[in-house]
Design a protein around this ligand. Structure first.
Ligand SMILES: Nc1ncnc2c1ncn2[C@@H]1O[C@H](COP(=O)(O)OP(=O)(O)O)[C@@H](O)[C@H]1O
Ligand SMILES: Nc1ccn([C@H]2C[C@H](O)[C@@H](COP(=O)(O)OP(=O)(O)O)O2)c(=O)n1
Length: 231
C-alpha cells in the first residue's frame, strides 16, 4: 500500500492527532476555515462504519464478522470546514454517529485491520483530491495515513480537562462517568495493534489543558503559516 499522497505544490497538508476531547475537531475546523483549506474528520468515518455495522446486524464483538462486512458501506465525507458532512449509502449519518451506542463500540470496530485498510485508503484519496490543501484530524494521521504531511500536531490535555469539556456538551452528564469512558476509549485506541493512537516523532505536541480554544487555534495557524513561509 503506497503512503505517498500527491497534491498541488502549493497545497499544505496538516495532520492533527490526539486523544478524545483535546480539541482536534474544533481546532481543525477553525484552522481550515481561516486558511482556506479543506477539512476531514476521520473519527466521523470510523463512527459511520460502526453505525452501519450496528444497523446491519453485524456482531461488533466479532472481528471476523466486522472484517467480512467492512467493504460494504459507502462512506462519503464532505470537506467544507464550515459545513462538514458524512453520508453512509447516501443517508445523512451526522446525527446518529454521535450516539452513546456508537461511541461505546467505535474502538472495537476501528481496531479491525480490514476496516483500517479501507478507511485509510479513503482518507488518502480525499487528501490527494484536496487541491487547496487540507487539515485531517484523527488518531493515526501523522504516523500512518499521511506520514509525509507538511505539518503534524499532536494535541494533549489532562483527563480532567477533557472530561469537563466533553460533559459540558451534554446536559446533565456525569463528569466521573465521562472521565472513565474517555480513559477506557483512549486505552483501547492506544493499545490496538494496527496504527494505534500515537504521536509521530516529528509532530509538535501542544498541551491544551490551560489554553483557550482560541489560543490553540492561533498556535496551530502560526505553526502552519511558519511552515508555508519556510517552504
Ligand atoms: N482549549 C479548549 N478549552 C476549552 N474547551 C475546549 C478547548 N478545545 C476544545 N474545547 C471544547 O471541548 C469539546 C471537545 O472538543 P473537540 O474539538 O470535539 O475535541 P476532540 O475532537 O479532540 O474530541 C468541545 O465542546 C470544544 O468546544
Ligand atoms: N484516525 C482515527 C480516528 C478515529 N479513530 C477511532 C478511535 C476513536 O475512539 C473513534 C472516534 O473518533 P472521534 O475523533 O470521533 O472521537 P471523539 O471526537 O474524540 O469522541 O474512532 C481511529 O481509530 N483512527
Amino acid at each position: 500500500m503506497s503512503t505517498a499522497v500527491e497534491t498541488a505544490s502549493s497545497a499544505v497538508i496538516v495532520a492533527i492527532d490526539g486523544p478524545s476531547g483535546t480539541g482536534k475537531s474544533s481546532t481543525s475546523k477553525a484552522v481550515a476555515a481561516k486558511l482556506g483549506l479543506s477539512y476531514l474528520d476521520t473519527g466521523a468515518q470510523y463512527r459511520a462504519i460502526t453505525w452501519w455495522m450496528l444497523n446491519n446486524g453485524i456482531d461488533v464483538a466479532s472481528p471476523a464478522e466486522i472484517a467480512t462486512a467492512a467493504a460494504k458501506p459507502v462512506i462519503v465525507s464532505g470537506t467544507d470546514p464550515s459545513a462538514p458532512t458524512i453520508t453512509v449509502d447516501g443517508e445523512d449519518a451526522s446525527g446518529p454517529i454521535r450516539t452513546q451506542e456508537v461511541t461505546s463500540k467505535v474502538s472495537a470496530v476501528s481496531a479491525v485491520p480490514e476496516v483500517r485498510t479501507i478507511i485509510t485508503e479513503l482518507q488518502r484519496s480525499i487528501a490527494a483530491g484536496a487541491e487547496g490543501g487540507i487539515v485531517v484530524e484523527g488518531r493515526d494521521i501523522g504516523t500512518t495515513v499521511l506520514p509525509d504531511a507538511d505539518i503534524k500536531i499532536f494535541l494533549t490535555a489532562s483527563p480532567e480537562a477533557r472530561a469537563a469539556r466533553r460533559s459540558g456538551e451534554v446536559k446533565g452528564s456525569d463528569l466521573a462517568a465521562t472521565r472513565e469512558a474517555l480513559i477506557r476509549r483512549d486505552a483501547a485506541d492506544s493499545g490496538r495493534k494496527t496504527s494505534p493512537l500515537a504521536k509521530a516523532d516529528d509532530a509538535v505536541e501542544v498541551d491544551t489543558t490551560e489554553l483557550t480554544l482560541q489560543q490553540v487555534i492561533e498556535c496551530v495557524v502560526t505553526l502552519v503559516e511558519e511552515k508555508r513561509t519556510a517552504a
